[in-house]
Design a protein around this ligand. Sequence first.
Ligand code: NI
Length: 256
Amino acid sequence: MFVDTHAHLTDSAFDEDRDEVIKFSQECMVSKIITSGFNIPSSFDAIALANKFDGVYASIGVYPENIYEVGDDFESKFSSLAKEKKVVAFGEIGLQYTPDMPAKDKQIQIFLRQLVLADKLGLPVVIHCRDAYGDLLALLKENKNLLNNGGTMHCYGGSIEMAQMLIRLGLHISVGGVSTFKNAQRLKEVIKEIPLQHLLLETDCPYLTPHPFRGKRNSPAFIPTIAQNLADIKGITVDEVAKVTTQNAEEVFKLC
Ligand code: NI
């Protein structure tokens, strides 16, 4: 069996057939799925969906793009959401320094507050990072006391040196559809160097559909495709990828 450690099943792309997508994914051996929020309403929706399906779990948090909409009392709202027993992670949270995103200092401030909250709640973190690895690493190193519950670098796209430093901070590295792209040679080389015990699988669906299905909507049912690609990169069997990454996910997120 497989675990999709990062999906967005509450996205409107699944409005027509969400239940079927979950059932079909479970038939494709993707027995456990963590569906991720990106603000308060989507975190609430993620919990509602997790409560409806065995094998579906929720992650709650505010994505960089959404930090202005959550208000200043978000800690109390997320603290009460975190009491739900299917909440297994805090995220996706992080930094994205692209021109369309909020100011860097505001992003850092909210990210740090969410790290503090996740630690207080005893939850592993799911970290998003784009064009901000330098600041991210500095911030995580300064605050490594907040990472005692571990977590994951979702859709990892950095260097091997960066990955090794993140692993030393107690984080796992999550591999998704981008690793299957034909132009992802550098990422494939990075992944090859990271021991399997530090890797997780994810889709980030409905985005980032793996090769050769690019152009179609992504779903957790594509996890076996991503796992086969990882097995090919590492020269091992897909069964071994399934066994170890599932064990990793169950440990990091305490899935039962
Ligand atoms: Ni995501």
